[in-house]
Design a protein around this ligand. Structure first.
Ligand SMILES: Nc1nc2c(ncn2[C@@H]2O[C@H](COP(=O)(O)OP(=O)(O)OP(=O)(O)O)[C@@H](O)[C@H]2O)c(=O)[nH]1
Ligand SMILES: [Mg+2]
Length: 426
């Protein structure tokens, strides 16, 4: 798809009112935060935000999405502020977009389209560009029904790269063909990626994936720990394409750290599907570092969203360390409730001592520590179990006991630790 022929929308900046519909019983903080996040998304996409509006309603209106009265209110406000665009915080149907366009005489953009647009602006690699286009077309296709003649209104998007700009390719069949073609190209990329990963795996190096809500500090961590230069910025979706860098561990060995695209509330399903190849890095990792912005009042919500996306990818239940980042920004008392333990660490990516602590933690988790047990000689069951948990470095019989020194493998060990640990020698 040609992406360079459009000019107008960047020259004429979108001036928008943002509208959010609340149908559930979310608390006010969450509603406010969601709206603020939409403002950030819009600004990231290059939109000038004029005003925001909220509507609480039992359910979405099938025709207008919001109530008819609210539509009128937005129309008046838009004229007053000389706006060009109305952005909705939820996903709209094709019919709703058309009705709202007519009623408001403005460009209508929904949350999904906005996120897709940011991705389109950010995609740099061939893989990223293919994935975004696939997501855009998958979003567009079901919205064509009943009016397959004119894509331009639906696909306008914010930036310059909406697939709807290709006014000549208005035929649905054409889009389907293009989707097939994109999938084929992406399959190739996936195969290539897989080969690359298998090579890395064969080398015996542990793979660690950084995942987390957008802007949590994943790329900053990668950069600081490996001297990489991944684009890290106070922006939503600063990074799209995964970058892998090797990182030496304190005593021996190394791991490969991979940075990934950030997640967000209501991450469009089409995007998750399209980014599967990229996100497979997460599935294949030996360990996930889930990076959380500890200073955000929404950190629990962010954790929930990330866990949901991981589930969607089939990566739930993978070994994970939660990295509560940005603790230098926590207001006094705000971060006191953060859990700690073998699966969590609090740190600031800007603090070298903290990063060393994270590396130590990674080493312990991946390489395992050396542990020594003393089993009663008649407990052959435990001795056999111990043999299965890792490399036995030493084993000697002492009177009525067997003393064993083991370098446990974290996965095997974790499942039987509770049985063995009563016999741990301090
Ligand atoms: N004060 C402070 N700022 C941090 C810390 N870690 C990251 N940041 C800042 O937070 C912003 C976002 O960081 P990124 O590393 O780009 O975040 P990301 O998770 O990669 O974000 P996306 O790529 O958008 O998903 C940047 O401005 C960083 O400088 C930290 O520990 N303390
Ligand atoms: Mg990043």
């Amino acid at each position: 798809m040609k992406q360079s022929t459009m000019t107008t929308s960047t020259e004429i900046k979108d001036r928008a009112i943002l509208v959010s519909l609340v149908t559930g019983d979310e608390n006010d903080d969450l509603i406010q935060y969601s709206l603020e996040e939409l403002v950030r998304l819009a600004e990231t996409a290059g939109v000038e935000v004029l005003d925001t509006a909220l509507q609480k309603r039992e359910k979405a209106d099938s025709k207008w999405f919001i109530g008819k009265g609210k539509v009128e209110e937005v129309r008046v406000r838009l004229r007053e502020l000389e706006g060009t665009t109305v952005i909705f915080n939820q996903e709209l149907s094709g019919g709703q977009v058309r009705n709202l366009e007519e009623a408001l005489d403005a460009k209508i953009v929904d949350r999904t389209q906005l996120i897709l647009d940011i991705f389109a602006q950010r995609a740099k690699t061939r893989e990223g560009i293919l994935q975004v286009e696939l997501a855009q077309l998958s979003y567009l296709l079901p919205r064509l029904s009943g009016h397959g003649k004119n894509l331009s209104r639906l696909g306008g998007g914010i930036g310059t790269r909406g697939p709807g700009e290709t006014k000549l390719e208005t035929d649905r069949r054409h889009i389907r063909n293009r989707i097939t073609d994109l999938r084929r190209q992406l399959d190739e990329v996936t195969r290539h990626r897989k080969l690359h990963r298998e090579r890395r795996k064969k080398s015996g190096v542990y793979q660690v994936a950084l995942v987390g809500y957008t802007n949590a500090g994943k790329s900053t961590l990668l950069n600081r720990m490996t001297n990489a230069d991944v684009y890290a910025e106070n922006l939503l979706f600063a990074t799209l394409d995964p970058t892998s860098r090797s990182m030496p561990l304190p005593s021996a060995g190394e791991v490969v750290l991979t940075d990934t695209v950030g997640f967000i509330q209501q991450l469009p399903h089409d995007l998750v599907a399209a980014f599967r190849a990229t996100l497979e890095e997460v599935l294949e990792a030996d360990l996930i570092l889930h990076v959380v912005d500890a200073s955000s009042p929404m950190r629990e919500e962010h954790i929930r969203v990330v866990e949901e996306v991981l589930k969607e990818l089939g990566a739930q239940g993978k070994e994970t360390i939660t990295v509560y980042n940005k603790i230098d920004l926590c207001a006094p008392g705000d971060c006191d409730m953060i859990p700690s333990g073998p699966d969590a660490i609090q740190l600031s990516a800007l603090n070298d001592a903290h990063l060393d602590a994270l590396k130590d933690m990674l080493e312990r988790r991946l390489m395992g520590e050396v542990v020594t047990f003393r089993f009663p000689i008649e407990r052959g069951d435990l001795i056999a179990l111990a043999y299965r948990t890792g490399d036995v470095l030493e084993s000697e019989t002492e009177d009525d006991a067997v003393k064993m020194t083991i370098k446990p493998q974290s996965k095997a060990y974790a499942s039987v630790a509770a049985k063995l640990e009563p016999f741990l020698l301090k």
